[in-house]
Design a protein around this ligand. Sequence first.
Ligand code: BTN
Length: 263
Amino acid sequence: MLQEIKDKLNNPWREKIQFFDTITSTNDVLKQLALQGAPEGTTLVADCQTGGRGRMGRTFLSPSGVGIYLSVLLRPNCKPTELMHLTCASASATCSAIEQAAGFRPGAKWTNDIVYNKRKLAGILTELGLNQDGTTAYAIIGIGFNCNQQLRDFPDAIQDVAGSLKMVTGKETDRALLAAKMIEALYQMNRELLSDQAGILARYRQDCITLGQEISLVRGDEIRHGKALDVDDNGALVVRYEDGTIEAVNSGEVSVRGMYHYV
Ligand code: BTN
């Protein structure tokens, strides 16, 4: 698989890819490498994760043979507050990679679920590490794809909301090609990350299927209903609640329940 990915990739990060048949979590292992000084572009790709993680402490099911799980290390030279759009940027990059590898462009359910026909095809987990002076030491972007599952391969509990690329296209997904396109998309995204925030967010607004939808925001025990109006210049979701008040909501704080269950 490693050689196949490298053969399909033509940028400087191709020499920094490591492949694992099984790993605990590509994000967790890459974090260790980041702390040991690994350079930007270091990329871990796995066929299977035994401890795949999603947002808010959730498990990300990562079975072998049917998915692909990868994490890329960035070293952005900036404050973490300048990276508020990182997850949006990563989501649009993921939509582009799927478009190139599978022939259709999915959408992003704000902020980090990649969906098509109301089913989640991929999830993104971005994590930052800080220096003692508060600047950014590293950013890790982890993405897990459901590639070749059939509906019955998913646990009963998520069968109404989970999907795979193969369920959309009817064809086997070339996982090495998808990994290569994903790494390429993140390489390009990283080049524009600090210089074209406006362009990145304009692209994300086009990809974001949450906009214009009636949604519920869950924050601890509180649930508030409203309409998603916009994604602001930091990547926050601008919501108008039923009482007319408007708030820009940050991804770290809430789950969005919408047209379908939260996955
Ligand atoms: C989510 O759906 O909440 C995010 C899922 C992110 C999963 C990917 S798979 C590669 C990387 N390693 C992990 O443990 N998580 C991310």
